[in-house]
Ligand binder design. Structure first.
Ligand code: GDP
Ligand code: MG
Length: 210
């Protein structure tokens, strides 16, 4: 995929505001400060597509970006920010779970974790939901530039062993927003998942014609 156009569409604070389209969606998930905005910007080769909030952890919106006029990148709110009130966290939790459960057009969820730390408890909770609701997901180890190559390989192997229980995990890939390493592979995985998502309906069309 070559990204030619990026248009911000809507910030969804309530699932009733979700765009009423069938375009495939790629969703980006991670705790605050993991490097989600940097990854999105690097992926799109833009300086600042991700809207920056003055108060970290305060934006509770799912930000929809229309890519090349034919798919959405969805930036989910970062979680794990300590200063967020419990009732706000609970409301958000419910909304995200319902989103995973009902949004059929999600082609891939990209779960972003720090390459040095691996998944935290909250990241594991998130991946547990994704797996439960049968959402295909990819684990990205970002800030990979902060680890020497051999350490990165060991980390990938260790984490891959820990995640073998998940049925809907499609892969584990390193990424760096500083060097751009992993960018092409990530775009390839996104392409592949969109193709797979579109297969069932194109099969239908073919058999209807035949
Ligand atoms: N070395 C390095 N630093 C990164 C990388 N990605 C993000 N950062 C830094 O991590 C901090 C948080 O990044 P940001 O993208 O704002 O995180 P977000 O809160 O998840 O959107 C910033 O200081 C970034 O410069 C990376 O791949 N490598
Ligand atoms: Mg951010």
């Amino acid at each position: 995929m070559k990204i030619s156009t990026v248009d911000f569409v809507v910030g969804v604070a309530n699932l009733k505001q979700l765009p009423k389209t069938n375009l495939p969606e790629i969703i980006f998930i991670g705790r605050s400060n993991v490097g989600k905005s940097s990854l999105l910007n690097k992926l799109c080769n833009r300086k600042n597509i991700a809207r920056v909030s003055a108060t970290p952890g305060k934006t509770r919106e799912l930000n929809y970006y229309l890519m090349n006029k034919d798919l959405y990148f969805v930036d989910l709110p970062g979680y794990g920010y300590a200063k967020v009130a419990e009732h706000v966290k609970a409301g958000w939790t419910q909304m995200i779970e319902e989103f995973f459960h009902t949004r059929r057009q999600i082609a891939l969820a990209i779960q972003i974790v720090d390459a040095r730390l691996g998944p935290t408890e909250l990241d594991n909770t998130m991946m547990g939901w994704l797996d439960f609701y049968k959402v295909p997901f990819l684990l990205i180890l970002t800030k990979a530039d902060k680890l020497p190559k051999n350490k990165l390989i060991i980390q990938m192997n260790t984490i891959s062993g820990q995640l073998s229980k998940y049925k809907h995990l499609v892969g584990i890939q390193p990424f760096s927003a500083v060097t751009g390493d992993g960018r092409i592979d990530l775009l390839k995985t996104i392409d592949r998942q969109i193709e797979e998502k579109e297969l069932p309906s194109s099969k239908l069309v073919t058999s209807a014609v035949a």
